[in-house]
Design a protein around this ligand. Structure first.
Ligand code: FEO
Length: 170
């Protein structure tokens, strides 16, 4: 039987992942509006990944006979002042998600919920990768983004990112 505090946090994580998808779709829309189709693509793929994460939490709860309760998703409202700001916001948001996953892990550990800890192991690793990806993108932007030719090349590179379904199978 899943600890109820852990179950509630896992259910809340669905909303956080869906909000992440919503946020990255909003950023994709921003870059599309700015004519940067590669950046748009990178964030569109990121949106797909976040939706997939939400579905993994959903499936995990359903497999354990838990009620999944969907709650409203906040609208992203930010107006970006330059091309770099969404990249910085993305890193900050990923740190927030990492902290949220770590908090669930901690509660699962305290209640000796080894099954949930094992499930979350994949997300702990994934968050490390997501933070690194966000950091790498900021570094690349700092190196190449201030020059129009460099920005064009970076945008082309980001246009090649494709969505691959999470390796975690539940
Ligand atoms: Fe699903 Fe980017 O955290």
């Amino acid at each position: 039987m899943l600890n109820q505090e852990v179950a509630i946090l896992l259910n809340e994580q669905i909303n956080k992942e869906l909000y992440s998808a919503y946020l990255y779709l909003d950023i994709a829309n921003y870059y599309s509006d700015q004519g940067l189709a590669g950046f748009e693509n990178w964030f569109y793929v990121q949106m797909q990944e976040e939706f997939a994460h939400a579905m993994l939490f959903r499936k995990y709860l359903l497999n354990l006979e838990q009620i999944v309760k969907l709650t409203s998703i906040d609208a992203p409202t930010k107006q970006y002042k330059d091309f770099k700001e969404p990249l910085l916001d993305t890193l900050e948001h990923e740190k927030f998600v990492t902290a949220s996953i770590n908090n669930i892990y901690d509660k699962a550990y305290q209640s000796k919920d080894f099954q949930t800890m094992q499930f979350l192991d994949w997300f702990v690793k994934e968050q490390g990768e997501e933070e690194k990806n966000s950091n790498d993108l900021i570094k690349k932007y700092d190196l190449f983004g201030s020059d129009s030719k460099g920005l064009y090349m970076l945008d082309n590179e980001l246009s090649t990112r494709i969505f691959t379904a999470p390796s975690l199978v539940i």
